[in-house]
Design a protein. Structure first.
Length: 713
């Protein structure tokens, strides 16, 4: 067995060898096969460079197709073999290191461009032959009598030896002469053809102007015309031709004959249709693909007044699980079955189904009444997915989420419609899946805003768009300020100041929460250091800074090291810092998750259990959590706004405070808005509180002012 080629040039040479062996037997050339291979090598290099170029250029494919004609590869079989060879081997030998799906798509487009270039070059060559034949025919008709015999012989040689079909008829359309190429095209004898009349060759696919041009020619109003025309053969098959008809005049200039030149384009037309189908249909399911669907959608959106459209955007629920557990082959069979069922749902006029890619499908309906028909179409799709699908002996249950967009034509672009459908589909999926939702402009706007914020987050931190506000923590016993909670804000260039609930979930989703949290921690600790310096040591007591930790930060391996480095750089002791962790983040936490919190607690950093009372954790778990502060959720204080306060809520708070103190835990309460609430919480034994009753979150200087006021009485 021979070794595979190693370098790019070896692989390119191998591709050229395979190509030459495939095409050489059907090529009219005097070259040897090795010589022919050398002629194909530059074309192979041209295709290889186009395949791997940064931006696709169809000119390379067209140039290669035209070069085949120049190399005398004019037989349709030569083009067919060339395209088969490019399809099978170009990506294999010349696509190393690229994305295979993208390279296959480029290869298909190169094939289409080669076919177009081949056709154009062959047509130009044919037209040149046609002009030569026409001139010979005219010269044969107009020579003087003494040269008639020699001219007739010359004309007969050109007439019979031409590769294109030639026919001569009188002005009434009766066929007088045909050459061998024309007889072979139709599969008829000369006698059978000479008994026909041109006007009998009407075909349903004739262009509207075909017979008008014919009448103008035989009447002498025009000298020639050229068009594409179809003919029926005796066996019922269709012959497609490039037809050129010219008027022949006598010596006095009067119309006498009509000369028809025909090029058989049937194979080329079938090839173009095949390439067109492959370019517009999904290879796996046979459904129209994204490109074809966009053409139809843009046409529907460009319809006249009174026309509407409805679009269903379907994404299968849990399809990734099928691929991961059963393999991609099973996933492909599942997609084929789903495509067949969807195709059966869209059979009415104006309806179509397409596959956008992966497990995403779209169904389109058009017409004046799509408000009703699009809902019916979505219901049919959901019903079609109810029955299980058998794959490799397994009965798989298939469900899908559908986003529906419906409206009048002409108001939105195709990209806007598809984006709205995509957003709506994900809304249906977020609601549990196996359902369809109607598009909501307000929901679309919120989703677009969220996407804009998500994309802007990575650079917002670098541009310094985040800042921190501080809300004081007040001791309920003496009213002194004991510290503050750091609350990050985003000063967005377009949306203004955004609260954490607008962007923290996005930061957690994108992973930016780790660098953002590290920045908040460092800025907050630096601010605490500045407060201590301004207070003059311990004159007013230490001011502790509380910083929130997200679940993502808890699992980040650099949490402990980052905290230690920040404290060392700022010169702050660990007891000046309290890290707040939500109760829900620690429900069911294992030792690995608790290990960094324990290390921080051992260093002297306080750990506060935030939003306590909102989760379903076992109170016994408090014994194993390295926390020193319980932070009661604001829902407890809200219940105290009523007068008298609910005695059950008071008992619950009193029990929690008693339990916390028995475990040597301090209790902080959020959301204090009135003095009555503050007094009630003090009586219940809570240690510290925060809320609008004391101060809203604000700049760091205001906390310093509050602390000074408390200190001076």
């Amino acid at each position: 067995m021979s070794a595979e080629p190693d370098g790019p040039e070896d692989r390119l040479r191998r591709f050229a060898t395979i190509w030459s062996r495939a095409v050489f037997p059907v090529t009219s050339t005097s070259s040897t096969r090795p010589e022919f291979e050398e002629r194909l090598l530059p074309l192979a290099r041209l295709l290889s460079e186009a395949l791997r170029a940064r931006s696709f250029d169809a000119d390379a494919g067209r140039a290669a197709g035209a070069a085949l004609v120049e190399a005398h590869c004019t037989d349709p079989e030569a083009l067919s073999r060339t395209l088969d060879c490019v399809d099978a081997y170009l990506v294999l030998y010349c696509g190393e290191g690229g994305d295979r799906e993208d390279l296959r798509a480029r290869s298909a487009r190169l094939q289409h461009a080669m076919a177009a270039g081949f056709a154009q070059a062959l047509r130009e060559r044919t037209l040149a032959e046609q002009e030569a034949v026409a001139r010979a025919a005219l010269e044969a008709q107009g020579v003087v009598a003494q040269a008639l015999h020699a001219t007739e012989a010359r004309f007969r040689a050109v007439f019979e030896g031409a590769a294109i079909g030639i026919g001569i008829a009188d002005l009434e359309g009766n066929i007088l002469q045909v050459n061998g190429a024309l007889r072979r095209m139709f599969g008829l004898t000369e006698q059978a053809l000479r008994g026909r009349n041109v006007k009998e060759w009407v075909h349903p696919d004739d262009a509207p102007q075909t017979w008008r041009l014919y009448d103008e020619l035989v009447s002498g109003e025009r000298e020639h015309y050229h068009l594409e025309k179809a003919f029926y053969r005796p066996d019922g098959t269709v012959l497609w031709t490039n037809l050129t008809v010219s008027l022949l005049r006598d010596a006095d200039g009067d119309p006498q004959y009509q000369l028809a030149l025909m090029e058989d384009t049937t194979e080329r037309r079938l090839l173009n249709l095949r390439l067109r189908y492959e370019a517009t249909h999904d290879a796996l399911t046979g459904l129209p693909n994204r490109a074809f669907f966009f053409e139809r959608l843009e046409k529907a959106l460009g319809a006249g007044e009174g026309q509407r459209f409805g679009l269903c955007y379907l994404d299968l629920d849990g399809f990734k699980t099928v691929n991961d557990s059963l393999g991609h082959a099973a996933g492909d069979r599942l997609l084929v079955e789903v495509a067949d069922r969807l195709q059966a749902c869209a059979t009415a006029s104006g309806e179509m189904v397409a596959r956008l890619g992966g497990d995403e499908f779209v169904a389109l309906t058009t017409g004046p009444g799509t408000e009703r028909t699009v809902d019916e179409l979505a219901a049919r799709i959901m019903n079609a997915l109810l029955a299980p699908i058998s794959v490799d002996g397994r009965e798989l249950t298939v469900r899908g989420s559908i986003g529906i967009v419906e409206g009048p034509a002409g108001e939105r672009s195709a990209a806007e419609v598809l984006r709205s459908a995509d957003i709506t589909m994900y809304r249906a999926k977020s609601a549990g899946g196996n359902r369809f939702e109607l598009a909501d402009p307000e929901a679309d706007a919120r989703a677009i805003t969220r996407h804009g914020l998500t994309t802007a987050l990575p650079t917002a931190l670098d541009r310094g768009e985040f800042f921190i506000e501080y809300q004081p923590l007040v001791h309920l016993g003496d009213g002194s300020v004991r510290g503050a909670e750091a609350l990050v804000r985003w000063l967005h260039p377009q949306h203004g100041v955004l609260s954490p609930d607008r962007f923290i979930p996005l930061a957690e989703h994108t992973g930016l929460i780790v660098p953002l949290g590290r920045w908040v921690l460092e800025q907050s600790v630096r601010q605490a250091r500045e407060w201590r310096d301004r207070h003059g040591g311990e004159a007013l007591g230490p001011l502790r800074i509380n910083v929130n930790l997200s679940p993502c930060q808890l699992t980040h391996p650099g949490l402990v090291q980052d905290t230690v480095e920040i404290l060392e750089r700022t010169g702050m002791t660990p007891d000046a810092l309290c890290l707040e962790v939500t109760e829900s983040a620690l429900i069911g936490a294992d030792d690995d998750l608790l290990k960094p919190l324990r290390r921080l607690a051992e260093m002297g950093v306080d750990i506060a259990l935030d939003d306590f009372g909102t989760g379903y954790s076992n109170l016994a778990n408090l014994r194993r959590l390295p926390v020193s502060v319980l932070k009661l959720d604001r829902s407890f204080t809200q219940s105290m706004q009523r007068f008298p306060a609910d005695p059950v809520d008071l008992k619950i708070v009193e029990g929690i405070v008693s339990l916390a103190h028995s475990l040597d835990l301090a209790v902080t309460v959020e959301g204090v808005e009135t003095g009555a609430q503050a007094e009630q919480l003090r009586v219940l034994g809570c240690d510290t509180a925060q809320g609008w009753y004391y101060a809203r979150p604000g700049p760091p200087d205001r906390l310093h002012e509050l602390a000074l006021v408390d200190a001076t009485g």
